[in-house]
Design a protein around this ligand. Structure first.
Ligand code: FAD
Length: 395
């Protein structure tokens, strides 16, 4: 049983982890401290992390934990390992770097593990585990985000060459510049809505596949979020992921895990913000007293500590349910909207307690505030999550 320690204060006991996950936590934390934290600012300025971050993480077993050992992975299909990595990234405020890694582990990898043929496994899994192949998933287009069924990127059959010709564009794609393998959603039956889409792996270097700008964002500065363009890109049939025209169903099957990953990051980010703020309000004084001694500060932080623990209990339950194979899209939507809205509220309230220093980007709380703003939008907006929950209520 692991106690949750917040700057010397113990709240709830978490029974979720065993010694294997705690060992991973320890080694991942020390890797973050030596290989990531000292370079965060430089990478924020560059708007991207070097590819060596992925190979370094891969070498130490922090990528592809769920990939079978025969393909170079950890052989551990247990989301608790993913959770540990997610939590440690947030604890050191390395969100921009971490998003690339969690996208690879939590969001893209399940598509490969679920839908790859044996030949595709051999071609791609070892590189995903080692970090030599960086992955991305491209659903959103300039004209659509929430309404995926209206996507206009097409993949028309090229029977002569046994493949597809992909045309269209995508935007806001995480790992968009660094990616070698892009899971690309495209219409193989453009007259259909949900039923006519497929998932194709578009690879770095394919003719007609171009990257656009590395987009200028208000937060997550070290994360390469990019536009992608497809101009008659020939994709061989061997790069179809799963079943033709079943792409939407494949997306729906994987979105709950993506949403849980974002929700878990939301709770871990809230916990980190609480920790930084507790430290600050004990040191900073006004009117001869520590800021933390004012009743308002105590009440705000008491409310936050309580909400973080409630959210944590929910996340831990969701992780066990996911591991057991019974996690549902509705519960994923609940976790996603509630935990990310909590994150937004928590970082805002914590920032207030820092006063003017909270507005200075040299303080982690300021960065956390900017980074948090996207979390209620990507992976499905709060409004869409509530639509999903609402529908499950028969409305
Ligand atoms: C930093 C970043 C990283 C991202 N990474 C990726 C990625 O890797 N891959 C990828 O494919 N996409 C990615 N996205 C895109 C992201 O998933 C979309 O921005 C998101 O799904 C919302 O789509 P949209 O921007 O088109 O907004 P829209 O769909 O245009 O929505 C605009 C507003 O309308 C509301 N709205 C829409 N429909 C309804 C409705 N039915 N009922 C009520 N309200 C509604 C929305 O909630 C929102 O408030 C990323 C975005 C950002 C900013």
């Amino acid at each position: 049983m692991q106690a949750v320690v917040l700057r010397g204060m113990t709240f709830m006991n978490r029974s979720l982890f065993e010694s294997e996950q705690e060992l991973l936590r320890k080694s991942f934390r020390s890797w973050l401290e030596s290989e990531v934290v000292p370079h965060k600012e430089k990478w924020d300025e560059a708007g991207i992390v070097p590819r060596s971050v992925f190979t370094s993480a891969g070498r130490l077993g922090f990528l592809g934990m769920a990939i079978p050992e025969e393909f170079g992975g950890g052989g551990q299909s247990d989301f608790r390992y993913n959770l540990v990595i997610n939590e440690e990234i947030q604890a050191v405020g390395a969100n921009a770097v971490g998003l690339g890694l969690t996208l690879q582990n939590d969001i893209c990898l399940p598509y490969f593990l679920r839908y790859c043929s044996n030949e595709q496994n051999q071609r791609w899994l070892p590189g995903i585990a080692s970090g030599e192949l960086i992955t991305a998933i491209a659903m959103t287009e300039p004209g659509i985000g929430s309404d995926l069924a209206s996507m206009s990127t097409t993949a028309r059959r090229d029977e002569d060459r046994n493949g597809y010709l992909v045309n269209g564009s995508k935007t806001f794609i995480t790992n968009g510049i660094n990616a070698d393998l892009v899971i690309t959603a495209a219409k193989t039956e453009p007259t259909q809505r949900h039923k006519g889409s497929s998932l194709l792996i578009v690879e770095r270097g394919m003719e007609g596949f171009e990257r656009g700008r590395n987009l200028d964002k208000i937060g997550l500065h070290g994360q390469d979020t990019a536009e992608l363009f497809f101009d008659n890109v020939f994709v061989p049939a061997g790069n179809l992921l799963g079943i033709e025209n079943e792409g939407y169903r494949h997306l729906i099957a994987n979105l709950p895990q993506e949403r849980l990953s974002i929700a878990a990051a939301g709770i871990a980010a809230s916990r980190a913000a609480l920790g930084w703020t507790l430290e600050y309000v004990k040191e900073r004084t006004a009117f001869g007293s520590a800021i933390g001694s004012f009743q308002n500060s105590k009440f705000v932080l008491a409310e936050i500590a309580t909400e973080v623990e409630i959210g944590q209990a929910f996340i831990d339950h969701c992780v066990l349910t996911l591991n057991a194979g019974s996690f549902t899209p509705e519960v994923a939507a609940m976790a996603k909207w509630w935990c990310t809205e909590l994150q937004k509220r928590v970082v805002d309230r914590c920032l207030q307690l820092f006063g003017g220093y909270g507005y200075m980007t040299e303080y982690p709380i300021a960065r956390a505030h900017l980074d948090a703003r996207i979390t209620t939008i990507y992976g499905g907006t709060t409004e869409i999550m509530k639509e999903i929950v609402g529908r499950s209520l028969g409305l």
